[in-house]
Ligand binder design. Structure first.
Ligand SMILES: [Zn+2]
Ligand SMILES: [Zn+2]
Length: 404
């Protein structure tokens, strides 16, 4: 299929105002993981009027799955957007800034959701010409809780079986109008943990009568870094970050509890699991020296996102066809950020790619998870075109020769 003959830019132009309005509305009303009922409602408002779509709501909690051409035979390709926001106080001062204190779309999932709604409308208009089916996954809880896994558990990749899946993320390091992708690992696997240290509290003047959780915590924070430098192959990407320590209330009392939060990231699943075991072992051994108990809770454990080589090539080909070769990076550097898109890639061939949000004349653009981040509306046409393009390209050629 030659994408140029479909006149995608003109098609996208007819939905763009509605998609921008939806994006800004979602931005003003951010919802955290598994609370995205208003967001899902807005998605359903737009898609409910399209007779070619079969809709399922409440999937995996608040997810929406829309199937185009349900009655048709042929391959089925899935396109995924995530819907959740983050517990961050927004600092953009935009006219459509978050109206909810302490919550914002700092990862741009408002942009992903709005773009996928746009793609669903555009592709529905081409339903007669599609040699297969398209499944649109509007997923809850990417930031926490693994909404992708919930969607899969509730059959989002079945009936009909999904043959390949594609997802995108707005990216500040990539210029507006550009697309970046790579084969193999593109996002890190994660082990996000809470560590609670418990000891016997004591007077500051008599530390030997208690178990000092603060002293233990300081040693643990330092000791776990030796796992990265001494226990993991130096050429394997892996990072351990301790991001929160909370303990004590005053100057002269050694507290009983210290709470530590942190995360381990790696592009290599084996190294990740090894580091996670060694962090626990190290923390328990150090805690023991201080007569302190160490208890771990694993909060999240996403696998690395592994892009199928043929699906990644398809993304790059579509980007070149739509925007020209200079706008596409096909060996883009991976990120140590985590993404639960990994769960889909464990089940079916897929590719997760980046769409640029940084204007070409800007040397810098707020990064995701920053209180000043805003998914750039100017990136929406690129995102919609890529969603449409990868689905059209995949369906127009036998799946066996493409992904998998
Ligand atoms: Zn995020
Ligand atoms: Zn994100």
């Amino acid at each position: 299929m030659n994408l140029a003959t479909l006149n995608l830019p003109e098609q996208i132009g007819t939905v763009l105002d509605a998609v921008v309005a939806l994006r800004q509305d979602l931005h003003a009303h951010p919802e955290l993981a598994f609370e995205e009922s208003r967001t899902a409602g807005r998605v359903l408002e737009h898609l409910g009027a399209i007779p070619e779509l079969r809709l399922r709501s409440g999937v995996g909690g608040t997810g929406v799955v829309a199937l185009l051409n349900a009655a048709r035979q042929g391959p089925c390709v899935a396109l995924r957007a995530d819907m959740d926001a983050l517990p961050i106080q927004e600092s953009t001062n935009l006219p459509y800034a978050s109206e909810i204190p302490g919550k914002m779309h700092a990862c741009g999932h408002d942009g992903h959701t709005a773009a996928l709604v746009g793609a669903a409308i555009v592709l529905s208009r081409m339903a007669d010409r599609l040699p297969g089916r398209v499944k649109f996954l509007f997923q809850p809880a990417e930031e926490a809780g693994g909404g992708a896994a919930r969607l899969i558990e509730e059959g989002a990749l079945d009936n009909p079986k999904v043959d390949a899946i594609f997802g995108l993320h707005g990216w500040s390091d990539v210029e507006l109008g550009h697309v970046a992708v790579a084969a193999g690992p593109v996002m890190a696997g994660t082990r996000t943990f809470a560590l609670t240290l418990r000891g016997k509290g004591a007077h500051a003047a008599y530390p030997h009568r208690g178990g000092d959780v603060i002293a233990a915590a300081c040693q643990i924070v330092t000791a776990v870094q030796a796992i990265r430098t001494r226990r993991i192959d130096p050429i394997t990407p892996l990072v351990i970050s301790i991001c929160q320590i909370a303990a004590g209330q005053t100057y002269n009392v050694l507290p009983e509890i210290c709470s530590i939060k942190g995360t381990i990231r790696s592009l290599d699943a084996t190294a990740l699991e090894s580091a996670w075991k060694q962090v626990q072992r190290t923390a328990r051994a150090v805690a023991d020296i201080f007569d302190v108990e160490a208890h771990f809770d694993l909060v999240d454990a996403y696998p690395p996102v592994l892009n199928d080589a043929r699906c990644a090539r398809l993304v790059a080909d579509v980007g070149r066809e739509l925007f020209g070769p200079d706008q596409v990076a096909d060996a883009h550097a991976p990120s140590m950020g985590g993404e639960d898109f990994a769960y889909y890639c464990q089940r079916v061939p897929g590719a997760f790619f980046r769409v640029g949000v940084r204007p070409g004349n800007a040397s810098d653009w707020p990064a995701i998870h920053n209180p000043a981040y805003d998914f750039n509306d100017a990136a929406l046409p690129t995102a919609i075109a890529m969603y449409c393009g990868v689905a059209l390209k995949y369906l127009s050629e036998p799946s066996s020769t493409l992904c998998g």
